[in-house]
Design a protein around this ligand. Structure first.
Ligand SMILES: Cc1ncc(C[n+]2csc(CCOP(=O)(O)OP(=O)(O)O)c2C)c(N)n1
Ligand SMILES: [Mg+2]
Length: 350
């Protein structure tokens, strides 16, 4: 467990560099056709997940959508297991069966990687429900894009989280676009954070390009949730430098807009802050960057050398065991007695 104060900022900068270099290399490997399926890069948004992870304990839960490589890496899934997953190899974090959009790491409490927009938000509420039901003091961080906030599942989830006062932080990574559609064209609200108000969930806007601001805001909210469970909503204003996925040239935005955000780069910002304060030299930064690149290159080698998952395991983790065995006659289950579900604690008390 890492209390917030103990998370070293240089270590977190090094994590951001690992994420950035991992994704650049993934992009290159995708173009070399080593990676199949879809692939969505997080480049530009690193401060959001890094700042949020820096503010929680290792036993808190996290869950996200399909732009998920960074979330696994930030949680502690190895670059080897992440790259192998992209390559569809058995050594991948989802045994090579999930691919880019379905990273999963139970050991690190990273519960996906989900491809259907907003479909994971009710799952996040389920995780938070489990925390409260068991009387634990964990918190669930649920990441999603600006495109998710107009989905029905999002509204159902916020409603339940508010009704049950569940320990969850809804983290909207507002990168201004859902595929090629600008948030201004898809959302009736002036600002996304206003969605939370409708459910009586406290919300705030955070500069998602600033690691320190993200970390401090998430820490503040999580601290208050641990004292007394409740949902919270943070709208992170951020930007993705690349297209929506590998095949998107992103012609729906101007070069000037992209340049404006690149100048506000989260890695450059934290580096400058640490350098100004005498906590980091240029040589140290170069060394961190070199190490990140080496780790990622080693991960590519690991992925290349790893075996494919055997074909007969294809359905093993897709359906409950036996669900695909349609030809086999099924035993008739004896009628089960109705079991009483333990009552949920009153919604008004923690
Ligand atoms: C229910 C559903 N509808 C449509 C899609 C196709 N789709 C994939 S990504 C995406 C945009 C989501 O954008 P956003 O939530 O802002 O996330 P970002 O890509 O910006 O991280 C859409 C519409 C989908 N995956 N699921
Ligand atoms: Mg978006």
């Amino acid at each position: 467990m890492h209390p917030v104060e103990q998370r070293d900022e240089v270590e977190m900068l090094s994590l951001m560099l690992l994420i950035r270099r991992f994704e650049e290399r993934a992009s290159q490997q995708y173009q070399a056709q080593k990676i199949g399926g879809f692939c969505h890069l997080y480049i530009g948004q690193e401060a959001v997940v890094t700042g949020a992870i820096a503010a929680v304990r290792n036993d808190d839960y996290i869950i996200t959508a399909y732009r998920d490589h960074a979330h696994a890496l930030a949680r502690g899934t190895s670059a080897d297991a992440c790259m192998a997953e992209l390559f569809g190899k058995k050594t991948g974090c989802s045994r090579g069966l999930g691919g880019s959009m379905h990273f999963f790491d139970k050991q690190h409490h990273m519960y996906g990687g989900h491809a259907i927009v907003a479909a994971h938000i009710p799952l996040a509420v389920g995780l938070a429900f489990a925390i409260k039901y068991r009387g634990e003091d964990r918190v669930t961080l649920c990441f999603f894009g600006d495109g998710a906030i107009n989905q029905g599942a999002f509204h159902e989830a916020l409603n339940l989280a508010a009704l049950y006062r569940l320990p969850i932080v809804f983290i909207c990574e507002n990168n201004l676009f859902a595929m090629g559609t600008s948030v201004q064209r898809s959302t009736s609200l002036r600002q996304i954070v206003d969605r939370a108000e409708g459910y009586d969930i406290p919300g705030e806007i955070v500069d998602g390009m600033n690691f320190r601001e993200v970390r401090d805001k998430v820490a503040e909210v999580v601290d208050s949730i641990r004292k007394e469970p409740h949902p919270a909503f943070l709208e992170m204003r951020t930007y993705r430098y690349r297209g929506h996925s590998m095949s998107d040239p992103a012609s729906y935005r101007t070069k000037q807009e992209l340049e404006k955000y690149r100048l506000d780069d989260p890695i450059t910002r934290l580096r400058a802050q640490l350098t100004r304060e005498g906590k980091l030299t240029n040589e140290q930064f170069d060394l961190l960057d070199k190490r990140a690149k080496e780790t990622v290159l080693a991960a590519v080698k690991f992925a290349e050398k790893s075996p494919q998952p055997p074909l007969d395991t294809l359905y093993d983790y897709t359906y409950a065991n036996g669900a695909m065995e349609q030809d086999r006659p099924r035993p008739v289950e004896p009628a089960q007695e109705r079991r009483e579900v333990a009552p949920f604690p009153s919604t008004n008390s923690p």
